[in-house]
Design a protein around this ligand. Sequence first.
Ligand code: DUC
Ligand code: ZN
Ligand code: ZN
Length: 470
Amino acid sequence: MFDLLIRNGTVATASDVFPADVAVKDGVIVQIGRDLGPAAETIDASGRYVLPGGIDSHVHLSQPQAPGIVMADDFESGTRSALFGGNTTVLPFCLQEKGRPLREALTAYHALADGNCYTDVSFHLIVSDPSEAVLGQELPALVEDGYTSFKIFMTYEDLRLNDAEILATMDCARRTGALVMVHCENEDAIRYLIGRHEADGDVAPKAHATTRPIAVEREATHRAVSLAEVVDVPVVIVHVSNREAMEEIERARRRGRKVIGETCPQYLMLTADDLDGMDWEGAKFVCSPPPRDSASQEACWEGIERGVFDLYSSDHCPFRYDDPHGKLNPKGRESFRHIPNGIPGVETRLPILFSEGVMKGRIDLCRFVALTATNHAKTYGLYPKKGTIAIGADADIAIWNPQATRTIRHADLHDASDYSPYEGLEIAGWPTTVVLGGAVVVDNGVLTGHARAGRYVSRGRSSLAGSTRP
Ligand code: DUC
Ligand code: ZN
Ligand code: ZN
């Protein structure tokens, strides 16, 4: 007797699409076949796709911000929103405060997350202070404890690392088998451009995009992949927005380097013109790197199709718009410099790629699964427990109705922001039922799960981090 049986669906993995029943016992997939049963609970998935639950390996929840600014989503609202978007695991960032131990940040994040998540979660670390103690003792111990990836920044005055610090942090990753993710934008170049814009009184949201042009991202991407080459370590280039940065990734790969590229819905769907809205509405689209132009959108689609990108993540980094603690904070109304960086998108990530990618024939279902689940699991040490439909894998499953049509309205979403950057976008295909660890947590669009169902997942090392050769 199985606990749960998903019957008559079309199962897709990163490599195959086939009609099958999927049987679950004790939270794990135990059989995949025809005419399976009996089970305590059965879902008829006729006409539906049965996919691995989405893994969003780039989200920000409850992350401390500048004084007076508050991130819209905590773990409860952010993971609830993720769940409704067909995700079963998210990887938020745990930010080290300068001068403070990483363990202290982890204690605080676990206190916020544990028992408050609708999906499974696992933290990346953000290393803002790569001191000898952090790189010599703390990080190696944390990698052993299952915190096997960390993000570093080349921008933001309070977060950026200089080249020596980047090299030292990458060296730590090489020694420990951890994976480094890099935010590639040249802070000095941005500062210079901000100075010029401010001198001209050009302080509207659009200036966020013009002070962070493609060259700023391209240069930093080149530097990040070059420093990784010097150290001889794989690297993830996160939130890539344009062709020139993609070319840096591809050139490095042609030199035999292991460089993993990530892009996000904003670079497929938005442009810098969206930052130009009336009455400071452009603030809704302020994120870094900024959305570019239609040629960059096309380039990013090409990267999705051709495999320049292995990862498609939301970079969900939500702030409320009409809120003194959000985009329209008192200083943010005065200058783009004080508009918090980031946009919501954890719930709309998968439907956007399904609708614009699969339904419009740009990618097939296997590539969709790879980009949204399997590659995330492989990259960040969760595979094969997560990210695929296979015997022995966690029963984390999203059942998609390809016939469902929706218009994105923030009122229908489940995050705690007050807008969606994709308001009004027509979507074909939606994840209607979601199974987490064998339990039905969204049943035909109705929440049946609870915020204690999500577990913290300790991760192994990336299957990519051991060697620099593909
Ligand atoms: N980088 C991110 O990854 N997310 C939001 C803001 C940023 O700069
Ligand atoms: Zn970033
Ligand atoms: Zn981010």
